[in-house]
Design a protein around this ligand. Sequence first.
Ligand code: MN
Length: 429
Amino acid sequence: MSDLDDTLDPALRSWVESANEPLTDFPLQNLPFGRFRIAPDAGWRLGVAIGDQVLDLQTCGLVDTADMNQLMARGPAARRALRSALSQGLRAGSPLQSSWKEALHPQAAVEMGVPCEIGDYTDFYTSIHHATTVGRQFRPDNPLLPNYKWVPIGYHGRSSTIGVSGQSFPRPWGQTRAATAPEGSPPSFGPCRRLDYELELGVFIGSGNAPGSPVPIASAEDQVFGLTLFNDWSARDIQGWEYQPLGPFLSKNFASTVSPWIVTMEALAPFRRPFHRAEGDPAPLPYLDSPANRERGAFDIQLEVWLQTARMREAGHAGDRISSSNYADAYWTVAQLVAHHTVNGCALRPGDLFGTGTLSGPAPDQGGSLLELSAGGKQPFTLSTGEQRSFLEDGDTVILKASCERAGTRRIGFGECRGTVLPAAAYPA
Ligand code: MN
């Protein structure tokens, strides 16, 4: 696990002035990695966010590749060395300022890409609050299934439709049949009518492990490159009909949106928290438990969901904040997910992505999905414009945000993960 080092000193200032603004997501202490290009026909480049700028890592001679997966594969020691060089060069008074100035681009002037090539994608279910609230809708007497406190529940997703913030996608088509439909009645076919988002964090794998070589929990975080925001869009009506007995399928893989900047484990080090289970809960099995995981396996990351309807957008309204939660409330840590995913010998590769699962908090207004906020669609809620929502309407934009704040440290943020629902396309003849 990473330690506090001088790159985290809250007193550090940058010669990039916008990085010194108190509310920037990208001060000198953050330095998240992403992929950008300066024109649609230009190649992707590797960059680091600093204030409202992107620093091109190749132009300033810090990396010899435009391949993020290669950088990820080099592991934590190489990443820390790169972070240290970046921190030194971007500090106020650095002799590198005059040459590195040439490597800066305004973020507003570049296009951000999905931050790496995502080979495999796995989605977990780590919020016990989400699992309990959703479980209660289907099984009022028995909301949490008996495996929940023993197994980090997950399923293998699909990477082909993961897009980057700014993504828009048409409302998906599919088969649905209401739970209340008479037994034996045929399903309907049409555009999804219960479209939802899921507030998640993405976990990007760094160096990975060989097939047949489980990663012990003590070194599990060495396999992690960093975290992003992640929206696992979900078609609840399609999900309700298809999910038994093998779990989610087409209700999930039509679109998922990731934020462009990967916040590294080093930048998150000041925001670690002890990881405790509630009194009376079973201890995790030994392969999912370690002193370090108990002492500092959790992360205090404040999460927010904003909804901007088409009407708000036309009126120049940034949207309503409809819920907030904290990653520290998750039931399983990043280290536990890596240890569990590899316990059977499954190989993780550089650039693989985990979704944490919907990150809901304990309070009713901390639901990380509309399924929770509208009680399965039964309790629509009213937005500041007077519009009502139980599920997403065409033209709705969902914006996820995250930040970390703690006394005596510099605030950092994740940027945004933004996506827009378009009307269903005509089904091809
Ligand atoms: Mn999910």
